[in-house]
Design a protein around this ligand. Structure first.
Ligand code: AHR
Length: 672
């Protein structure tokens, strides 16, 4: 009561602009007296509980065109004619596909071998160089920017006649040329030709038009077009704006390559990391398992070129200072599809893949796989610490196989931490069975997935309070609030979902003793090519934006802290009473106290936060994100509609008096 009076008085004199919050002008704090509704207490006493540097990370899966058509900046779809229908993505507007008596020319795809990895090439017969045209449609078009430079490259071999030039033009929907370049083939052996050119106008759905000078026959493969302005300027690299959004999160880890894509719908179509490293033209293309998974969002032209392969994932992790966390298949195809099992006596190659991956990431350059890494330009090890075995497997078949991996990995690389899985659901028989078995096997980290309604997130902020402190640690590896139903096309990345996740995440942080890694899923979606929603980041061929869910993740991941502190109200944890959730940490690197508070209620809540047992300064920086409209979303037109706003407040004698608006998430930071 004494505190209450003191805070009421203090509230009269302090605080200018606790926060500023878009669309919440009416809830903005002013310097008039505020009514104190809640008294929270932060104890600076050491809890001995560390926030792991891996606490807030990124889950990447090639779903929704996240890799080809997304992060991987290649603009030509089916550049090496390897899709099941090998002309997919290519159009010959002046040719009759069904007639070889074509007057201008035609393209046929030659399969030269079942062996090897790059099986096909295109043979172009040009009969009339003014008439023959080849168009590539890109990934729902191609995004090009005014004044930007583009790199064209093509492998070609002249076969007969004399085709002297290959002209590549970027065209808009009306056929206007936005940029062009020419290469001059001069050899009857395979040779790579490269050229750079500038584009004169921005266009989101451009296409590429290829014409020829001269007549004859020419073979083409790896027809490629990249922007020069990629992430870190790497040639044939990653899309800069998308990586920037990830890097801005300061992620603790990068999990790759999924997700169900790890498992494949059948074992033959599982993700095999060895096929994704080495020269790009030798990476064997594979159909993407999400292509026709959902009848309501078919994308039959969805393949994996593996231009973004395991080397690039490791490199990206390194770029972002994130721990690489590869997840490998364990000999079980997706149990939502075929559930095909590799017999136990044929499991060795799968286990060997895991051992070889550790060598690829960490081995000396005189080891076979360390040498592959060095040949790709990275002689230094990637210092991988974690490996995941199985994505979302369940039942005895998983446990039986996991055991073999665990033994093999631990006996050769005892220092590697293995992530195991508890299946697709956060409760129920599969989950209970998985946890029980994994506990008995002394599993180190167990991956949990939850795709649940927003209210589940609000109601389960205490989920980990009862977890065994001495058992395996938790990787909350895939979670997202589903506003309609799991993977429903009507799910929205709205404020209600993000706010509910923010509330739930206070429980992740409060249980940092048990929860060591967390990530939202899925990560990215192409606005014209998605299969699954909700997703954290949306993009088209030119632009991208973070959803409110992204902003929540980013608020946590850029303010992770290093040591957990206790924050209570009347001695109790703050887990949802009247919609209030809170957690507190200190950061020994920045010497800060960081308090995160979420208010899911429809009322502003006036808080008195008292800090006990430590000395702190008076200037508090405040970051608040809130919105009256729970259905509000960010969009290409208004990408930061729901995003945090900064402000400040004053701490007087270790007491902070602030108002957290209705339906808001705030972070208060003060120097210790
Ligand atoms: O995130 C989308 C999918 O959800 C993942 O691939 C899978 O692990 C989960 O079922």
């Amino acid at each position: 009561m004494k505190n209450m009076t003191r805070v009421l008085l203090l509230a009269l004199v302090m605080v200018l602009g606790f926060y500023s919050c878009k669309n919440q002008e009416e809830t903005k704090a002013d310097d008039s007296a505020i009514e104190i509704d809640r008294e929270l207490v932060v104890s600076m006493e050491d809890t001995g509980i560390k926030i792991q540097p891996t606490m807030y990370g990124i889950f990447f899966e090639d779903i929704n065109f996240a890799a080809d058509g997304g992060l991987y900046a290649e603009m030509i779809k089916n550049r090496s004619f390897e899709f099941t229908l090998p002309k997919t993505g290519w159009v010959e507007p002046n040719s009759d596909r069904h007639s070889y008596n074509n007057e201008s020319g035609f393209l046929s795809v030659i399969k030269y071998s079942d062996e090897g990895t790059n099986h096909n090439f295109a043979r172009v017969v040009v009969k009339n160089d003014e008439g023959y045209v080849l168009i590539n449609e890109g990934f729902r078009g191609m995004g090009v920017k005014e004044g930007a430079q583009y790199d064209f490259s093509v492998d070609a071999a002249k076969r007969s006649g004399d085709i002297q030039k290959i002209k590549l033009q970027v065209i808009d929907s009306l056929g206007n040329v936005l940029g062009e370049t020419v290469v001059s083939p001069d050899s009857d052996s395979w040779k790579t030709y490269e050229s750079t050119f500038k584009v004169s106008k921005t266009e989101m759905r451009a296409r590429v038009k290829i014409t020829f000078e001269g007549e004859g026959e020419i073979d083409l493969d790896m027809i490629s077009l990249f922007p020069q302005d990629t992430w870190k300027g790497r040639k044939k690299g990653l899309r800069k704006d998308l990586v920037q959004l990830l890097d801005d999160m300061n992620p603790g880890f990068l999990r790759f390559p999924g997700g169900c894509i790890v498992e494949g719908r059948t074992l033959a179509r599982r993700y095999q990391w060895k096929k994704t490293v080495g020269d790009i033209e030798d990476r064997e293309i594979l159909v993407n398992r999400w292509n026709t998974e959902f009848a309501h969002r078919p994308t039959p032209d969805y393949y994996q070129s593996f231009g973004l392969g395991f080397f690039e994932y490791f490199q990206l992790s390194e770029d972002m200072g994130a721990e690489p966390l590869p997840i490998l298949g364990c000999g079980i195809a997706c149990q939502f599809n075929t559930g095909e099992l590799v017999p136990m006596d044929e499991l060795d190659p799968y286990v060997q893949d895991a051992l070889d991956l550790i060598e690829f990431a960490n081995g000396d350059t005189d080891t076979p796989w360390g040498q592959v890494r060095a040949d790709m330009g990275h002689p230094e090890p990637f210092n991988m610490k974690y490996i995941g075995i199985g994505n979302e497997q369940w039942g005895p078949a998983y446990i039986e196989r996991y055991k073999v991996f665990q033994e093999a990995i631990k006996s050769k690389y005892p220092e590697i931490i293995i992530v195991s899985g508890s299946g697709p659901f956060p409760e129920g028989d599969y989950f209970e069975y998985g946890w029980e078995q994994l506990k008995q096997m002394n599993a180190e980290i167990v991956d949990e997935h939850y795709y649940k309604p927003p209210e589940w997130f609000r109601e389960n902020a205490d989920r980990y309070d009862s977890y065994d402190r001495n058992g395996p640690k938790v990787f909350a590896g895939e979670y997202a609030a589903q506003t309609v139903a799991i993977a429903s096309p009507d799910n929205k990345n709205n404020w209600e979902s993000a706010l509910s996740e923010a509330a739930f995440m206070t429980g992740l942080e409060r249980n940092a003793e048990v929860v060591h890694l967390t990530s939202y899923a899925p990560l990215m979606a192409h606005a014209d090519g998605w299969q699954w929603t909700p997703d954290m980041i949306w993009f088209n061929n030119l632009e991208s934006f973070g959803t409110p869910n992204y902003q929540v993740q980013k608020m946590y991941s850029t303010n992770p802290g290093t040591d957990l502190l206790r924050i209570t109200e009347n001695g109790d944890k703050i887990i949802g009473k009247d919609g209030l959730y809170a957690t507190a940490v200190k950061d020994v690197n920045t010497n800060e106290l960081i308090i995160k508070v979420v208010n899911t209620s429809g009322q502003n809540q006036n808080l008195s936060i008292q800090v006990e047992g430590g000395s702190i300064t008076t200037n508090v920086s405040v970051l608040t994100m809130g919105m009256d409209d729970l259905e509000a979303e960010n969009s290409f037109e208004d990408p930061l509609k729901i995003s945090p706003n900064g402000g400040s407040a004053t701490m007087e004698r270790n007491i902070l008096g602030v108002t957290i608006p209705a339906q808001a998430f705030s972070i208060y930071k003060v120097k210790i």
